[in-house]
Design a protein around this ligand. Sequence first.
Ligand SMILES: [Ca+2]
Length: 552
Amino acid sequence: MKAWAFAVLLVSVAWLGAAEGRRPNVLVILADDLGYSDLGAYGGEIPTPNLDRLAKAGARFEKCTTSARCCPTRASLITGLHPHEAGIGDFVTAKPSPKRGPAYTGHLLDNNITIPELLKQSGYSTWMVGKWHMGSPGPIQRGFDAYYGYKNLQAHSNDQWEPAAYTRLPAGTPAELAYAPGKFYVTDVFTDYALEFLRQARATKDKPWFLYLAHSSPHFPVQAPKESIDRHMATYRRGWDVLRAERFTRMKALGLVAADAVLPPLSMVPVEANNAIANGYSGKPNPAWESLPADRREDLARRMATFAAMVEHVDQGVGRLLADLEQHGELANTLVVFTSDNGACYEWGPFGFDGASRVGRTDLHVGEALAGMGQAGTHSSYGSAWANLGNTPLNLYKHFCNEGGISSPLIVAWPAKLKPSTGWIRSPAHVMDLLPTVAAAAGATYPAERAGKPILPSSGRSLLPDLRGEATPDRGIPTAHEGARGYRLGDWKIVWGKRQSAPVTWQLFDLSMDPSEQHDLAAQRPEKLKELADAWMAWAKRCGVDLGSSSS
Ligand SMILES: [Ca+2]
């Protein structure tokens, strides 16, 4: 479908579904390690026409706060709680330290209800495709009727070309789809399964459906079909400095950043005891593109071109899903949400890593090795300087509670009930708001207990008032991840860093004037800093945050 026709259709079908009063279908699409401004709708140069059209038909939030890393964010999203409340305050693990308490159990506790459990109680069929990353209990135990995705429920990444790394659950269910050798590329396969599950969901006409498509793209290893990578090489040979400036200009044109805002310098490369892991840049700023030798630039261009290709395949999948909804008359009354689980990932220096993480190996690919990057069996990351581009204009990356770590795009569309929004929704959203938002849209009542045990009330709130253009009150938004800390209230934010050369203290920023966290106001506004720091500490104690945790 042509872009304009799609947009016209979405607008013209608006309100049709509202009259019939049928509960909406719900489609939540999550990207993995996508940068804040990677999408075209947020100023990025990566072609994402389908997500851009979805944004035009719905609404864009200025940002969605995450929990700085894959597993805690996924736990927060699916339970409507802070990740610490749900038991995944840090990395998922089967061997939690008893000293760290329930917030660090490393799998989902039984003090919560998940989105699929809640919707199932309300008569929905529930389907999941992709990366679970919350250990055991897994997706079937926690509310999904069907799952296709990571076989290892603790894994943060898999080879995209390796069919054996993925499975169909419940156990024993035959795989519906088969691929010829060399034709299995999991970002596309995930979309295939999403479409297959929708086909099956429609067999029960009386039930609305919930589909959670949790992509593992564009998380490393960066892998994509060669022809898709090649399409992006010319763009990324221009380097991160030029592209950052161009993104920033587009973000101004979109009204996402102020017209008089200044692009901050490149972020620091976090400190490593072993500087080889940081490619020799530990504690230094990312280097200027033009300062690097030609062979290094070519290697790096291919890494970023592969990342962009992964995003493009996610977007093409979104296009296929929206076309399928349209074909089945479901576009108007489906609540579609797209976000990402954390900011772009710096691991671990400007040249990226190859092979196993944190051993300090970075290959300079030339010739056939360069042409083969991103194919089966390769394992590369794109590094801190491209991540810096991905998070333009925010500071730092995944792992940190600075805005570059915890800010993701958030697009929401529900043409039957929500008019397209012309501007940005500036009220801060959080991934834990998705459960109450979906519950409100579905008319599902949040219960006091699950399986006979009392559960916590949701820590999020419905975003439907924001989506209807209503003013909503400020609320504190705390974050904590492996020593990094943050607390936002209105335009004010405090942040506690890690892995930096200077001593770590609370810093204070006015995000309305300084979204890139460049001008620390801690000395000028000590009373504001104390107010927010006290609020963070009260939250941390309530949620069992490990106050002694160091960075890792
Ligand atoms: Ca992630």
